[in-house]
Design a protein around this ligand. Sequence first.
Ligand code: EPU
Length: 418
Amino acid sequence: MDKLRIEGGRPLVGRVDISGAKNAALPILCAALLCDGVLRIEHLPHLRDVTTTLDLLGRMGVGVTLEAGGAVALDGSRVHTPVAPYELVRTMRASILVLGPLVARFGEARVSLPGGCAIGMRPVDQHIKGLEALGATVAIEQGDIHATAPRLKGARLVTDMVTVTGTENLMMAAVLADGITVIENAAREPEVVDLAQCLVAMGARVTGAGTDVITVEGVAALHGATHAVMPDRIETGTFLAAVAATGGDVSLDHARADTLDAVVAKLRDAGAQIDATPDSIRVRMDRRPTSVNLRTAPYPAFPTDMQAQFMALDAVADGTGVITETIFENRFMHVQELRRLGAHIDVEGNTAIVRGVARLEGAAVMATDLRASASLVIAALVAQGPTLIDRIYHLDRGYERIEEKLARLGASVQRVAR
Ligand code: EPU
């Protein structure tokens, strides 16, 4: 198992290129199941979750051709089995995203029911309820979700809570349904919009993505298309938070500030200077950050996927920050590890009270989930002395070559193979 060794205390300076968004790439890859043409996907990030999804699609019979420059061509004409087995689903919950496309195109899907994970229970009842409302029969058999439907029928769907992959799954199911589907209380995340744009390029009729009411007019078939994945707003936000914590001057290329309004506003409150063009962001920080309070909520509010990174920022800020997590019930696993580096954090229910300290000190810590790992990286970049972060396979799920990118900005970061 690889570890990261970080020697903190250096400002970050230079340019960094932001990769394609993991959470847009995963549903878009699954959209290849919806047609018998070739879906070409550009700007695909090189990440473990992407590899797992390609593996899953390949096992179902999707032709996978990797092209130079990070593109992939997916040929959905020879899918022979609508099954997502346990051994893949248990390593990546997002495998649930094959459920909607498989039922829509083949009338059947068998997808292992994802269990809880490090950040919460994460049920998929809304995905199932929505498919049933579209006319599918769904049963849980030997740990699998088994869904069947000769042809889905458009319906009005209202989800109990805002769910990102739930919205994506139901949108993909509806594109080949008979008639019109209206998804109310839809997730407004930019990744939902990116998926909708890909589906439209494939011939789907989808309107309203980016609002909380998405309307899908079913069509008989989709065709191949080419789509470039949007820049990763969470990778972008992670680099911005890192610079705000360490100080420095970094330009992020291929980054979209318009997908990060809540994060940018908080960074400005913390004292960072941020200037953006439509596809780049420059962040400058020349002083100790000021603490910020935040509360996670669905887009466009502050993203849960940036909560841990901001806790690392507050840990070294001047003042006390109050951080409330409203999306996942167990997303404070990084608190214990940040404390090992000297952070002062108290947790009461879903709220963390972070009293900033002038100095963190390097230590051996353990990554517990993807974004928790990112918060440890940020804390380590600020800490005095070396930090060794164990279990960085979590980090590799969502950050492409993070040690190379940070090293190019002047950080002392090495991957250490055990
Ligand atoms: N929920 C239910 N029932 C459902 C679906 C969701 O109760 O059927 C609950 C969840 O338990 C959670 C809330 O609704 O409390 C929102 O969960 P959501 O469904 O929106 O999360 P997700 O779709 O499973 C995606 C991202 C996550 C990100 C969340 C929230 C992907 C592949 N994953 O998960 O990304 O945290 O939305 O924005 O898009 C990450 O990248 O580190 C990550 C965890």
